[in-house]
Ligand binder design. Structure first.
Ligand code: ADP
Ligand code: MG
Length: 376
């Protein structure tokens, strides 16, 4: 096991800078998820760690060693890819054993290791099969087996679940997490799927355009997104964004207004001071799960909305709503509370004002997450 440090990494393809001065420290034994949209530089970052690409500048350190000039085979890493990269003509056993044979490991040790890995991955009864006789999930487990037997210091995984159907993906996700809890091998896991990132990562690094936007635990990124991109990227359905004006600031409350509603948010200028934004336009962020059907006796902080579409989804129901003339939002409501709501009708909603975010529309930074005042 080892820590992995990337320091001021710049990577260009031709004249285009793909990785822009990236610094990232992954702790020994940590499961770090690099997450972001397609083309943001996730695979390139992983390939730089693996030694499959060379950077233009910066340091890559594995353990205490600068590995920039080491070939992949000397970096003590094992990599798992989306397409499994198994040898089709070899059995499961030989696929798992291949790297060890190449390294001329003693055959009795190879046998022991392959059997241990097969046991761990529930592959014992498939060892004699060829990859084409396996399901996608089993193939990916073989690819994991090949990584496990290597006793590498670091696992690098590039979208290993992308080729699996939804059910297998969640199953294999849990298996990889269990495996990590057992082996505690430092892992860098790449995915475009924020749910995968949230459920698997000890920490997640949210990436956009070759820049890490936020490095945090999943909970921190969810409760305290650093900017508009992270706020919109983490969470499903996505956070709602509404343009508002910050009209009033008092000791313990701020008021935001927009077409069709007014909300009073908790505030404490000793904890976070946003008085310079008075009378300015801001973006208000509300997660769909913090919007509720209002009780009859509630009067404050109401949103009057028009139901466009009702989407039942098991225990939760998504309401697609319009507010005033300008705003479209989604609310996620407990299905047991939906009753006989109908599309094409009006509805009163309340929001949890302790879970709102205010975002500077120019810098796109989150200037206030009201949960801050609860957590103090
Ligand atoms: N070998 C290459 N030559 C030129 N451009 C590349 C090469 N590899 C990747 N890129 C470009 O670098 C960017 C990041 O790619 P990649 O790291 O694969 O993104 P991700 O894995 O996040 O989807 C993309 O714009 C991609 O087209
Ligand atoms: Mg990729």
């Amino acid at each position: 096991m080892a820590e992995v440090k990337l320091k001021n990494i710049i990577k260009k393809f031709g004249n285009v800078e793909i990785i822009k001065n990236l610094t990232l420290e992954i702790n020994d034994g940590e499961f770090l998820v690099l997450v972001g949209g397609s083309g943001c530089g996730k695979s390139t970052t992983l390939r730089l760690i693996a030694g499959l690409e060379t950077c233009n500048s910066g340091d890559i350190i594995i353990g205490n060693k600068r590995v920039n000039d080491l070939p992949p085979k000397d970096r003590d890493i094992a990599m798992v890819f989306q397409n499994y990269a198994l040898y089709p003509h070899m059995t499961v056993y030989d696929n798992i054993a291949f790297g060890l044979k190449l390294r001329k490991v003693n055959p009795s040790i190879i046998k022991k290791k392959v059997n241990e890995a097969a046991e761990m991955l529930s592959l014992k009864e498939y060892l004699h099969r060829k990859p084409k006789e396996l399901s996608g999930g089993q193939r990916q487990r073989v690819a994991l087996g090949r990584a496990i037997v290597r006793d590498a210091q670091v696992f690098l995984m590039d979208e290993p679940l992308s080729n699996l159907d939804a059910k297998l993906r969640t199953q294999t996700r849990t298996e990889i997490k269990k495996l990590h809890q057992k082996l505690k091998t430092t892992t860098v896991y790449v995915t475009h799927d924020q749910i995968e990132a949230m459920t698997m990562g000890d920490r997640i690094a949210v990436m956009k355009d070759g820049i890490i936007q936020q490095l945090a635990t999943p909970k921190e990124a969810y409760d305290y997104p650093s900017n508009l991109f992270v706020a919109g990227f983490i969470g499903s359905p996505s956070m709602n964004f509404l343009k508002v004006n910050l009209t009033e600031i008092s000791n313990n409350e701020i008021t935001v207004k927009s077409d069709g509603f007014q909300l009073k948010l908790p505030y404490n200028q000793n904890i976070t001071n946003i008085s310079s934004y008075k009378e300015k336009e801001l973006i208000l962020g509300i997660r769909p799960e913090y919007i509720f059907l209002a009780n009859n006796d509630e009067q404050k902080n109401l949103l009057q909305a028009w139901i466009e579409v009702i989407e039942p989804s098991g225990s939760r129901t998504y309401l697609h709503l319009s507010i005033g003339k300008k705003h479209q939002i989604v609310a996620e409501i407990d299905t047991s509370l939906i009753g006989n709501l109908k599309s094409g009708t009006d509805i009163s909603l309340s929001v949890d004002v302790n879970r709102l975010h205010l975002i500077d529309p120019i810098s796109e930074k989150v200037i206030l997450s009201t949960q801050r005042f609860l957590d103090k």
